[in-house]
Write a protein that binds this ligand. Structure first.
Ligand code: ATP
Ligand code: MG
Length: 365
């Protein structure tokens, strides 16, 4: 083993193997960044068609609860990271018994349960949307009253891209809504009347060094990120506050790697954290086109014990996801100037599926 948590500052040597738990597009882009720094990657994903597997030196197709497979995977890696926050905590801890795992498995714990996540964030003195623990239809009835009759019911676990969520008003039947999300533990969030949404993509090294990219302003459609704009158009004061909140969150987690923090900017100019993602983040994809060092390289640098890169962006830009049939726009997009297309190698187009993204450079900042 070349570098590990107990030996910060010792960088992974070229040729070292970085393990990726989860083989979706985020792992695929991490594999590209790792390769550019001379590392090999090994991916763990039960799906035979995992997009990252096309680019990694090896692909272990096994279940996330298969201890023997996890141990064998760990034995072949120098450091292990993950690309999605629903990796079971025990999976990460099984690997951490023999190999360094970054970000620390405790960051998974803090982010994969919406209730624990909100308690953690508010415990740091950082504002969130009002939220209520829901374990029954009766809880939902009283929480809706507290939220002035409108809110979003979200399952505590396993939600992403707006899945496992229901928008409710007091006209909805709580028993029916509770049944619709499957009677699983949930939270009700008060609806935030926001001016816009932004995200901070922060990075923290093994020695506690912190860097953040310029926050992007994000637009969602049907609960899925659609567009990110850089710059956000917000004042430098709000931007600085958001970056400092991201730093406080990462310090509290003794974090190593890249973390995405999603914020609402309320109509009266206050920042509320929506959620955190302990991984590279869709709203940071623009960094591959508009910065010298992308969020993917920044993450690899952090977990490999290399110095973090300068996160400054050289250009303003707009990133759009190519969701489902939107991928058919690619031939025209390729003909445009200052336009970088990135496809994820997914052969089957499905509605709501992220197929790729495109970033337009909009001139020097
Ligand atoms: P993703 O994986 O894309 O981040 P998710 O399933 O984790 O999505 P959230 O981030 O909780 O879902 O919500 C998706 C979007 O729905 C938010 O970015 C925002 O646009 C809207 N939304 C969520 N919660 C609220 C709220 N309390 N008030 C207003 N809008 C909200
Ligand atoms: Mg979100």
């Amino acid at each position: 083993m070349i570098g590990h948590a107990g030996n910060p500052g010792k960088a992974l040597a070229p040729g070292a193997v970085i393990g990726l738990l989860g083989g979706g597009q985020l792992a695929r882009m991490l594999a590209i960044a790792a390769a550019r720094l001379g590392y090999r990657t090994s991916v763990y994903d039960p799906d035979p068609s995992a997009p990252a597997a096309q680019l990694c030196s090896s692909h272990r197709r096994a279940a996330y609860d298969d201890t023997e497979q996890l141990q064998a995977f760990a034995a072949g890696c120098d450091v292990v990271t993950y690309e999605f926050e629903n990796v079971p905590v025990v999976t990460a801890r099984t690997i951490a018994a023999t190999r360094p795992v970054f970000p620390p498995p405790s960051a998974l714990e803090a982010s994969q349960d919406r209730l624990a996540e909100k308690d953690f964030i508010s415990g740091l003195g950082i504002a969130t949307a009002p939220y209520y623990d829901i374990a029954s239809a009766a809880d939902l009835t009283s929480a809706l009253t507290n939220c002035a009759g409108t809110g979003i019911l979200k399952t505590r676990r396993m939600g992403y891209d707006g899945k496992g969520q229901l928008r409710l008003t007091s006209a909805d039947d709580p028993a029916r809504a509770w049944a619709e999300i499957g009677h699983v533990p949930a939270i009700l969030e008060g609806l935030v009347d926001f001016r816009c949404e932004i995200s901070v993509i922060g990075a923290r090294s093994q020695t506690g060094e912190f860097r953040a990219f310029e926050p992007a302003r994000n637009e969602h459609r049907n609960g899925i990120l659609h567009t990110s704009h850089v710059p956000s158009g917000l004042s430098s004061d709000i931007i600085q506050q958001a970056i400092e909140m991201a730093r406080a969150i990462m310090d509290a987690l003794d974090y190593v790697g890249v973390l995405g923090v999603e914020f609402f900017v309320s109509t009266d100019g206050k920042l509320l954290v929506n959620e955190i993602a302990p991984r590279v983040h869709n709203s940071g994809h623009w960094t591959e086109a508009a910065c010298t060092i992308s969020q993917f390289e920044q993450h690899i640098r952090a977990i490999a014990g290399l110095p973090l890169g300068d996160p400054v962006h050289h250009s303003n830009c707009r990133m759009e996801n190519l969701i489902g049939d939107e991928v058919a726009r690619v031939p025209q997009l390729l003909a445009e100037a200052d336009c970088l297309v990135h496809l994820y190698g997914k052969t089957e187009t499905r509605s709501g599926r992220k197929m790729g993204h495109v970033t337009w450079l909009l001139g020097q900042k």
